[in-house]
Design a protein. Structure first.
Length: 233
């Protein structure tokens, strides 16, 4: 009975983590440029059943193996604001340099003008990070200038990007370095909406909840059987 108890307990824990992934997607349904995650589960190690026919094994539950980011494009929303930019291609990102000098990549093109100490203005994101042009330099906005040369970058393997929080991504050895995209299609005065869909997230949540309830029920049954056996001794 210990096997059934721990197998079900592992299922409860993995489904709870899967629900957390879905809940985060739901919380970002209105976040511009957000890319949802999908939970991927893996079976734990299976062992041979003692004194059984060859090939008969018993599993030990599952675990959350990884989360995959879905990079499909979200719908475009016209804002009419000149500091808003939207990318059309799926494999395209804006580059932003934060206060620590680290360069991160985002699909959220909601930028603003930030006045510097010398009176000049730089194009920045909502956290104060400097938006970069195609050459990796901060974009200086001159008086009366409406269109800025916002840099667009792509990756050899975008699935290798690592989420860095705040709707940003970090490049990794798996993704490869960022490559500037020439003549990328960028729509000024638009923003890309979240790629997370409410219907898909509700379906995933319902499936995870049912799996969670089933495993929790198995934990209770296993515990009751053990208590019954102990009372017979």
């Amino acid at each position: 009975m210990n096997t059934s108890f721990y197998t079900a307990a592992a299922g409860v824990i993995s489904q709870q983590r899967g629900l957390e992934v879905t809940a985060n997607n739901v919380a970002n349904l209105s976040t511009d440029g957000y890319k949802p995650d999908r939970a991927v589960f893996a079976d734990l190690v299976a062992t041979n059943v003692r004194n059984s026919a060859p090939g008969l094994k018993t599993g030990h539950g599952d675990a959350l193996w990884k989360t995959d980011t879905v990079f499909s494009s979200g719908g475009l929303r016209q804002t009419g604001r000149m500091q808003d930019y939207a990318l059309v291609s799926d494999n395209a990102f804006f580059a932003v340099k934060d206060a620590d000098g680290a360069v991160r990549y985002t699909r959220n093109g909601s930028f603003r003008l930030s006045e510097q100490g010398d009176g000049s203005f730089l194009l920045c994101d909502s956290n104060g990070g400097k938006v970069l042009d195609g050459g990796g330099n901060p974009i200086v906005v001159k008086d009366g200038e409406e269109k800025q040369n916002v840099g667009v970058f792509s990756f050899r393997n975008r699935d290798g990007l690592r989420k860095a929080g705040g709707n940003d991504f970090d490049a990794t050895d798996v993704s490869g370095p960022a490559v500037p995209v020439r003549n990328a299609e960028v729509k000024q005065g638009y923003l890309e909406g979240s790629s997370a869909g409410l219907a898909d997230e509700i379906a995933d949540m319902m499936a995870a909840q049912r799996a969670f309830e089933f495993n929790a029920k198995m934990v209770n049954i296993s515990d009751e059987v053990v208590q019954t056996l102990n009372s017979l001794r």
